[in-house]
Design a protein around this ligand. Structure first.
Ligand SMILES: C[S@@+](CC[C@H](N)C(=O)[O-])C[C@H]1O[C@@H](n2cnc3c(N)ncnc32)[C@H](O)[C@@H]1O
Length: 362
């Protein structure tokens, strides 16, 4: 998404996440022009709000000047569980209420002066202790009801700046308990990574059309079962057991061995039915050093057909947001086998020690 300062709509939307990393990922997704995360040009600008370090801060991402109505944006958000499950609260504020106040006392005075006391209010404030502060300080003439309300008092305090507005209930985002923490039907939360990677890279068509897949570091099998839902055949490589329901899938062939086993090539050919069969997708989520995982993947990349996709989790230790050094080493490592440029994405579903490497076979 490109920032276009001159074009803005009337609403700003602050999204509160569980941690600062997630807020930064929401912003990075919006700025990445080649990923398919948000609707095109959906906001005039996006930023991480407030003073923050790489991992600590107010955990807020601001989408300034929504191009659609806030109702449309919230319903779009609700339809994307891979985003929704990372969102704690949403604060939508009309830009016409752009007045910025500098203290909580001033905020209460302003609310008392301009808020219609006939509105039955639900308070949605950031930080949470501002909510208690407002409840305590508002005069008893204000009617507060968190269940049956006719307006939502949105209030935000970031640094020493405060904004507030009363908005219709239709722009109140409810984090319903119906967003599964884990992609439906799966035993392990690891599945959220492969699901999100396919979503953000726009690989739905590739997933629908794939016939054969190799999944390295497959146990207990959530990636394998996700891939087996559309592929004709999935070769799952892991010395550990797959969970019984995954192992029982007729199109899953479990090779109970390490990826570096000398017999691996013949075992794969046998599982695929012929030495000549190449796979459409090669995935790797093994829990080892990124260079070890890369060596394993490079050994198996000859089974990937030209144009086939390789998706690999990099499990790193102590990495900050800037993964460019590791990434450029990997790029060189795969230079002769993957098309340029491979991608390194920090998925919402990745931990702070992980990243996801994606490339296309030459
Ligand atoms: C995080 S788990 C993978 C989770 C899996 N993607 C899922 O969705 O259920 C990592 C797996 O990598 C496997 N592993 C580690 N080193 C391996 C290797 N050299 N070859 C094959 N599997 C390996 C481990 O046995 C472990 O089951």
């Amino acid at each position: 998404m490109q920032a276009e300062p001159e074009a803005s709509s009337e609403w700003d939307c602050y999204i509160q996440t569980a941690n600062q990393d997630t807020a930064s990922k929401l912003v990075a997704y919006a700025l990445a022009t080649d990923l398919h995360v948000y609707p095109e040009h959906f906001a005039a600008g996006v930023e991480e709000v407030g003073p923050h370090t790489e991992h600590k801060g107010p955990c807020l991402a601001l989408f300034r000047g929504l191009r659609s109505t806030p109702e449309c944006f919230l319903s779009w958000l609700g339809a994307h569980p891979f985003l929704k499950r990372h969102i704690h609260r949403v604060f939508t504020l009309p830009q016409c209420n752009g007045k910025v106040l500098s203290s909580r006392e001033e905020l209460i005075q302003d609310i008392c002066e301009y808020c219609n006391p006939d509105t039955v209010l639900r308070i949605n404030a950031f930080p949470k202790n501002l909510e208690a502060y407002i409840k305590e300080r508002l005069p008893p003439s204000f009617h507060l009801d968190a269940q049956n309300f006719s307006g939502v008092l949105m209030a935000l305090e970031v640094g020493h700046q405060l904004r507030w507005a009363v908005v219709p209930p239709s722009v109140f985002f409810r984090q319903s308990c119906d967003v599964p923490k884990v992609f439906e039907g799966s035993a392990a939360s690891a599945v959220n990574k492969i699901h999100e990677a396919i979503e953000v890279l726009g690989l739905h068509q590739c997933k629908q059309q794939m016939r054969a897949v190799i999944d390295v570091g497959a146990a207990p099998g959530s990636w394998t079962s996700f891939l087996a839902a559309t592929a004709e055949s999935v070769v799952a490589i892991d010395p550990a057991e797959l969970s019984p329901d995954v192992a029982a899938l007729p199109n899953v062939h479990h090779l109970k061995m390490m990826s570096q086993d000398p017999q691996i090539a013949s075992a794969i050919s046998q599982a695929l039915g012929s030495e000549k069969v190449l796979v459409d997708v090669l995935t790797c989520d093994m829990n080892s050093h990124p260079f070890e995982a890369c060596r394993a993947v490079k050994e198996l990349i000859r089974f990937l057909k030209p144009g086939g996709i390789c998706i690999m989790t990099l499990k790193c230790r102590g990495m900050g947001r800037d993964r460019s050094i590791t990434f450029s080493k990997l790029k060189d490592f795969f230079g002769d086998s993957l098309e340029d440029p491979p991608r390194c994405i920090w998925l919402l579903a990745n931990t702070k020690f992980e990243a996801t490497f994606v490339g296309k076979k030459k």
